[in-house]
Ligand binder design. Sequence first.
Ligand code: ADP
Ligand code: BMX
Length: 300
Amino acid sequence: MIKREELNGFAVDLGGTKLAAARIERGQLVERKQTTTATDADANAQCEAMRDLLGEIGWTDEPVGIAVAGRVTADGHWSAVNKGTLTNLGEVAFRNVVRQLLGVPVSLANDALAAATAEAHIGAGVGIKNFAYITISTGVGGGIVIDGNPLTSQNGLAGHIGFMSSRLGDKRCGSGRLGTVESVAGGRAIAALALEKGHDVENAKQVFDAALNGETWAHGIVDQSANAISILIADLTSLLGLERVALGGSIGLAQGYLERVQAHLNEEPALFRPQLMPAALRQDSALLGVLQLDRTGAVI
Ligand code: ADP
Ligand code: BMX
């Protein structure tokens, strides 16, 4: 198991809303920059954006760890599962693209898997055998870590828990599946539900702000998201015997959100209620976690 002080290097985290890069020394983010994700960029343009951001924090030719929203296959292909989030990726041999454009070796992993690894080893999941991390952000992503080992699959789909069915869902999400957790609980879904109800918002944050201001319509949408996550946690617990779950992403970490998830989880029988905690590494889990993974997604 890697110790936090042993983590060194450059890391990138590309989500459906923001792109972050950091220089990590002895497990600390000594520099971190963030910009907005170009959601319609193709893979080459995404890689150029990563290179530009890395350049701003002093990167020249060091190896890089890259965490991305979307599916990363064992042979380094990257594609969106929700094609409404990253709309122009196709399915590309991204590890090769990066090697060509950056000229260095890269490790590449799904963002939630990377975040789950860091949380399991140096964050909210330390000492826990059956652990899951859930990000509620642009979408809903996840990473399952049993005995310190993140669950991976050849096709990169393992852990994509946002695409499980929710009894609260009735819409199709950009994966093509009907009634997914992501279609009820993720940031894009929250904003879409508000628009549907006639509220002119640009993003989920505005819905959360309205809920904090006591707007009943907004409260209902946020609460439904939290409820969908609580049901997902109970479902995952019955499958995996989870002892602890950490919530991350800007929605997972938003004021009052975890408490709402906990309140709904309390309606479940005790057997289906693991401990619930916020991600200890907050917005930096994926940046730290991708430095703990080798190119196959296994912990170094
Ligand atoms: P990414 O999906 O790129 O990893 P985030 O974790 O920041 O990025 O999640 C983005 C989503 O979170 C967007 O839908 C955004 O509107 C929402 N969001 C950002 N800040 C907040 C906040 N303080 N409270 C609630 N929602 C937020
Ligand atoms: C979606 C899916 C996952 C990702 C998760 C969180 C895409 C583009 N994304 O479920 O791969 O891990 O969202 O990503 O298919 P974020 O953009 O919310 O950070």
